[in-house]
Design a binder for this molecule. Structure first.
Ligand code: AMP
Ligand code: GLY
Length: 423
């Protein structure tokens, strides 16, 4: 098969690494990819948010399957575009239709969906910019502290603000509703704050049935001890030791099954990953958010623990025979540590030479934000490298990742040395 993978981060390098191990994959293109994905297949310079450009590429290269890494092309309707065109309507896209991607693309839509199908989540209200005064009144009188404000649409991971006090919340709300995140924050969800420990559950669905992949926990804050601004994720652990069978049974019955039922009830085409951002509160799971894709950096620990041939799983998704497959997990724990550029998640420099990669023997190095330039690998993003290791326990795995994180060098390298500190 000829496979086209869309994306260019650590998640996509991990996908490329896993897909390229499959004997079913004869040719892998990664668009646009990075210096790491180029070692697993051929990078293709494509604007992946331009559906017509993706379509042209699929036709020109006679692609047999498209795997979508990030959310933007899905929210943008790449599934619908390829499905509607005669030359590509037969090409499976791993990832939902635009309608399914709304679970991530609109927080208000996701909240309504959860309410309708009785899925546990924080209580909420939604306000459009024309109702700013009503929203302020709600914040003044009704909302409980702390207050969680969420821009309805995609805001590059910055659209959630947790406000300790009412004045702060009102000021933030006014900024959001007047377009702080553009159209994405013309509608705002005001949510109850949930206090607990977060974890990520990944489901692969063929639209009828589903399989649960290895569970993970990521570390979103930039600073050690979970301090400072949110990032895309600075490290991850799989499996998180606090997620036991009792909790997973609740997740499956109270969250996963009603989610799949809900998608079917709304006749939403969904053949791909559902990423459940969950929080455990007094032993009960609640949904913090849905994503229509895999997590990053969670993928960097989930796929190395998945023993199955990933392309075989994708074919089972396409043929709606996922129920016949059995997910096989590596018993070992996996961890990943992200090496980031100084300044991230704010402004940072690019183009810094990366050295020491060849010294790494007992970890898997996934490239997140890198490119090749004049025969060298240089930084090209905020998150630069993910150092993944396997071990008997997550602590063993972390020791290896930490040792190797130290061996890779580039100017301004920053990483958290406390991943897993709370486990
Ligand atoms: P999201 O973009 O929805 O994943 O939100 C980013 C982060 O904000 C989450 O990972 C949580 O840490 C936090 N968060 C979001 N919603 C809530 C909530 N209702 N209660 C507590 N924390 C939340
Ligand atoms: N690591 C969280 C995410 O991918 O959204």
């Amino acid at each position: 098969m000829k496979i086209l993978l869309l994306g260019s981060g650590g998640r996509e390098h991990t996908f490329a690494w896993k897909i390229s191990q499959s004997p079913l994959c004869k040719k892998l293109y990664i668009a646009p990819g990075n210096a790491g994905t180029a070692t697993c297949g051929e990078n293709a310079p494509l604007d992946i948010e331009d559906n017509a450009a993706v379509y042209d590429f699929v036709v020109e290269k006679a692609i047999d399957m498209v795997v979508v890494g990030p959310e933007a092309p899905l929210v943008n309707g790449v599934w619908n575009y390829l499905r509607k065109m005669r030359s590509t309507s037969h090409v499976p896209v791993i990832g939902p239709s635009m309608q399914g991607a709304r679970l991530e693309g609109s927080k208000a839509y996701a909240k309504k969906f959860m309410q309708e199908f009785g899925i546990p989540t924080a209580g909420y209200r939604e306000f459009f910019s024309t109702k700013t005064q009503a929203a302020i009144n709600f914040l003044k009188k009704k909302a409980t502290l702390p207050i969680v404000l969420k821009a309805d649409g995609l805001a590059a991971g910055k659209g959630v603000v947790i406000c300790p006090g009412r004045e702060y919340a009102i000021a933030e709300l006014q900024e959001m509703l007047s377009g702080k995140f553009g159209e994405a924050s013309r509608k705002v969800v005001i949510e109850e704050f949930l206090s607990g420990i977060e974890f990520s559950v990944f489901v692969l669905t063929d639209g009828e049935s589903y399989k649960i992949l290895p569970v993970a926990k990521d570390y979103k804050r930039i600073g050690e001890g979970d301090t400072g601004p949110n990032t895309g994720g600075m490290g991850a652990v799989s499996p998180p030791p606090f997620v036991d069978e009792v909790l997973m049974k609740k997740v499956e019955e109270l969250i996963i099954q009603p989610t799949i039922r809900g998608l079917k009830a709304r006749t939403i085409e969904y053949q791909g990953f559902i990423f459940l951002g969950l929080i455990k509160v007094n032993g009960e799971p609640y949904v913090i958010e849905y994503n229509c894709r895999m997590g990053d950096p969670e993928t960097e620990v989930v796929l190395p623990r998945l023993k199955n041939d990933l392309v075989e799983l994708f074919l089972a998704v396409k043929d709606r025979r996922l129920t016949e497959t059995v997910i096989e997990e590596d018993e070992r724990a996996a961890t990943t540590i992200i090496l980031a550029s100084a300044g991230y998640p704010g402004n940072y420099a690019k183009g810094k030479k990366i050295t020491g990669l060849e010294k790494i023997k007992d970890s898997i190095v996934f490239h997140a934000g890198t490119k090749s330039s004049e025969g060298q690998t240089v930084t090209n993003g905020g998150r630069v490298i993910a150092v993944t290791s396997l071990g008997k326990t997550f602590k063993d795995a972390l020791a290896i990742s930490n040792k190797n994180a130290d061996l890779i060098e580039f100017e301004g390298k920053y990483y958290r040395k406390d991943i897993g500190f709370d486990l």
